[in-house]
Design a protein around this ligand. Structure first.
Ligand code: ADE
Ligand code: ZN
Length: 326
């Protein structure tokens, strides 16, 4: 209990959060009515009951369906503001937020509509309560690399407000190598790079993310532990892993929270962090994720402190900004 309260009170950064995955059933229902979008649910309870997944694809099907209610700039603003306020309550001082432009452009909502609403909320949170945030746009890996290039083009006028690019959606069958050229183009524009790897995909995909995409940070990375040489390399390179415990449980990446590799990662000197991924779908925000691992794993007070510290070390804040937080 003591350790859970300690984790809640510590200043933290969140480095793995899909803004569309913070769409709570209540807001989904409200936006469906506001925008007159048909949804196959009659109540908030029915929506919540549909959130049972046996793998990543199960979840993604519902996640892409859910974001269909996001239509206007105001919708993206409301969504982002709700997340920032909720994260603030968990003492999240800095957030690096993913969004999926292709999840919107492919249904006729423009890149500009989505990003305008998001960045307005980010500025307001900074002004109102001093919370800082950076934006990372993800490419959907189940789509062709050519579509990712089109998305990079649409981002051209926004590059001063986009910190980096990421890679998400269905992992197996869509290795990082498929996106080598577009990641190179992103780096040439001064963008940071991250990628989901080793969530369901094999350690080879983690190797590719490092060698072919030159990622600055690795999202999930769980299956890296199957490869000892890779694990040693990640430790040596001080590669940050954005681990998402409740997500891993809900998507059956682990069989039980007691089997979660987070404690092993820390003992192997990996720079692991705790994040919520898609909090409205997986049952909790950052503090809920800390609570879940504290209850299931033999984490010490030092471990919890390290996890919070790692979240700032692994962030894209400047060295000076990191020092101010640590
Ligand atoms: N999109 C949103 N959440 C994701 C996850 N955990 N893995 C891959 N793609 C995602
Ligand atoms: Zn994710």
């Amino acid at each position: 209990d003591d350790l859970i309260a300690y984790a809640q009170a510590l200043p933290k950064a969140e480095l793995h959060l899909h803004i569309e995955g913070s769409l709570e059933p209540e807001m989904l229902f409200k936006l469906a009515q506001r925008n007159k979008v048909d949804i196959p649910f009659k109540s908030v309870e029915e929506i919540r009951a549909a959130y049972e997944f046996s793998n990543l694809q199960d979840f993604l099907d519902i996640y892409y369906q859910g974001m269909n209610v996001l239509r206007t700039e105001e919708d993206f603003f409301d969504l982002t503001m709700a997340y920032l306020n909720r994260a603030r309550a968990d003492n999240v001082r800095h957030a690096e937020i993913f969004f999926d432009p292709q999840g919107h452009t492919e249904r006729g909502v423009s890149f500009d509509t989505a990003i305008s609403g998001i960045v307005t909320a980010l500025s307001m949170a900074k002004a109102q309560f001093g919370m800082t945030a950076k934006l990372i746009m993800c490419f959907l890996r189940h789509l062709p690399e050519e579509d990712a290039f089109k998305t990079l083009e649409q981002a051209e006028n926004w590059l001063d407000r986009i910190e980096g690019v990421g890679l998400d959606s269905s992992e197996v069958g869509h290795p990082p190598s498929k996106f080598e050229r577009v990641f190179k183009a992103a780096r040439e524009r001064g963008l940071k790079t991250v990628a989901h790897a080793g969530e369901e995909g094999p350690p080879d995909y983690v190797h590719e993310a490092l060698d072919l995409l030159a990622v600055d940070r690795l999202d999930h990375g769980n299956r890296s532990l199957e490869d000892d040489a890779l694990t040693a390399r990640l430790a040596k390179e001080e590669m940050t892993l954005t681990v998402c415990p409740l997500s891993n449980l809900k998507l059956c990446v682990v069989d039980a929270m007691t089997a979660h590799p987070l404690k092993r990662m820390l003992d192997l000197d990996l720079r692991a962090t705790v994040n919520s991924d898609d909090p409205s779908y997986f049952g909790g925000y950052v503090s809920d994720n800390f609570k879940a691992v504290i209850e299931a794993l033999p984490l010490t007070r030092e471990d919890v402190k390290t996890l919070a510290k790692n979240s700032f070390l692994g962030s894209f804040l400047s060295e000076g900004e990191k020092r101010a937080q640590l």
